[in-house]
Ligand binder design. Structure first.
Ligand SMILES: *[C@@H]1O[C@H](CO)[C@@H](O)[C@H](O)[C@H]1NC(C)=O
Ligand SMILES: *[C@@H]1O[C@H](CO)[C@@H](O)[C@H](O)[C@H]1NC(C)=O
Ligand SMILES: *[C@@H]1O[C@H](CO)[C@@H](O)[C@H](O)[C@H]1NC(C)=O
Ligand SMILES: *[C@@H]1O[C@H](CO)[C@@H](O)[C@H](O)[C@H]1NC(C)=O
Ligand SMILES: *[C@@H]1O[C@H](CO)[C@@H](O)[C@H](O)[C@H]1NC(C)=O
Length: 387
């Protein structure tokens, strides 16, 4: 009896301390778009695809599917349930900003997230039949497109990756282990498959599975679980293999390098993960010093791609091999406890919310100054010149 009372007291006390002392100040969310149709980019490395001539009507190649729309919207609902009281019921442009890479499925996912997060509340209800209000989604300005690297390419990054795969002992041995597997894949897809192509093939099969078409028999042993998944998930480890890769993890690599003779078979864009950490910290500084427009900005929502999330997790030193799922999200919370600011990072994948323990921080709440110090070396001052 006494113990019970005591327990109750302790948990109540800790609840009280936690909720009264910690004040949430800002959230920044990086999320992947929802489920999509297969993309044309992979057509050339999968010439034997039985669905090469599909139209994927009505969403079209690379388009957001209805399942994907629901999943993006659901992320918005989740964010409303977790942060709604704090963000407020009305959408205010000086409070929340929605940004996206310049790809239709990402822009649409950002709109859906916004719809779930900010259904029109009383004074913003403009049509009694429609539980929706327009919310702007901004494309990243040209000066910042390095974040998504849609136009930016970094030859140095490509060269580094090639060098790594040819010289790093572990990677070389790993590739040897997979020789038979890559040959097996090559035979069935119709081109020469290596590590990077295997990742693309995995994503393509995943998208086809989402379209409910029957996949060829050869995939049964290795997909959706098994070897192909493991190889696909490991690609993000290689993309951010060491500090230089993390700083540079951007630009585009062209399949040409690996598939001589196939012209511009595939251009995949990558993000500068270090640049994302920089962007977050800039937003934090703008908030802390109350500068100009961004002074009240407490919610940033960035739509992107699976490699954006993977590279951010890798830059934070917490990535474990996997493909970040549709509508997964990395959430960065800035809070104030007493007079100090703290950073907490959360990762939501397949609906599971996980607190991220940053390797060199003692608790889930990492002092902002420590955070800055820990990650200062992943941020390049001038990546454009460096590349
Ligand atoms: C796709 O169309 C091309 C051109 O008509 C044809 O050669 C090819 O066999 C078709 N592929 C499939 C998988 O149906
Ligand atoms: C909010 O909207 C106003 C009016 O359109 C615009 O001038 C301002 O730049 C917007 N604020 C932000 C933070 O985008
Ligand atoms: C990362 O690997 C690349 C390729 O081998 C190499 O050029 C670079 O110096 C490495 N960076 C670090 C910090 O080890
Ligand atoms: C290669 O395969 C062997 C046997 O399965 C395994 O023990 C080893 O860890 C693998 N090496 C790499 C680098 O993956
Ligand atoms: C506020 O922070 C921004 C971003 O780091 C910085 O550029 C600016 O100089 C700061 N302003 C003041 C007044 O400290």
């Amino acid at each position: 009896m006494t113990a019970l009372v005591l327990l109750g007291f302790v948990s109540l006390a800790s609840f009280f301390v936690d909720s009264s002392a910690r004040e949430l100040k800002m959230i920044q969310v990086m999320f992947r778009h929802g489920d999509r149709a297969p993309t044309t980019a992979v057509k050339e490395i999968y010439p034997l695809d039985p669905y090469a001539n599909e139209t994927w009507y009505p969403e079209g190649w690379g388009g957001l599917t209805n399942v994907g729309k629901r999943r993006a919207y659901e992320l918005g609902l989740f964010l409303r349930s977790r942060y709604g009281d704090w963000l407020g019921n009305e959408y205010l442009n000086q409070t929340s900003q929605f940004r996206s890479s310049n790809v239709d499925r990402v822009i649409m996912s950002a709109q859906l997230l916004a719809a779930g997060l900010y259904p029109p509340h009383k004074i913003q209800r403009w049509d009694p039949m429609l539980n929706w209000q327009p919310i702007p989604v901004h494309l990243i300005s040209d000066s910042k497109n390095i974040l998504y690297s849609l136009k930016f390419t970094c030859p140095k990054y490509e060269a580094m990756r090639n060098e790594l795969e040819n010289t790093d002992e572990h990677l070389v041995r790993r590739a040897e282990n997979f020789t038979d597997f890559f040959q097996f894949l090559s035979r069935h897809v119709g081109t020469k498959v290596g590590q990077q192509e295997a990742n693309e093939i995995y994503e393509q099969l995943y998208a086809e599975m989402g379209e409910h078409v029957k996949l060829p028999e050869w995939t049964e042993e290795i997909f959706p679980n098994g070897k192909l998944r493991d190889v696909a998930g490991y690609d993000y480890v290689i993309q951010s293999y060491n500090k230089s890769m993390i700083q540079l993890n951007g630009g585009s690599y062209v399949q040409n390098a690996i598939l001589p003779g196939v012209s511009a078979a595939l251009i995949v864009t990558r993000v500068f993960s270090g640049q994302w950490i920089r962007e977050w910290l800039e937003n934090v500084d703008n908030y802390l010093n109350g500068s100009s427009l961004s002074g009240n900005q407490i919610g940033y929502f960035y739509g992107g791609h699976e490699y954006n999330l993977a590279s951010i997790l890798a830059a934070l030193g917490v990535f474990k091999p996997h493909v970040p799922y549709y509508s997964s999200a990395v959430i960065f919370e800035l809070s104030k406890i007493d007079d100090e600011h703290f950073v907490k990072v959360l990762y939501r994948n397949r609906g599971n919310l996980m607190k991220i323990h940053l390797p060199d921080c003692q608790s889930f709440h990492c002092p902002l100054d420590t955070f800055r110090e820990l990650y200062s070396d992943v941020i390049l001052d001038d990546p454009y010149t460096y590349c």
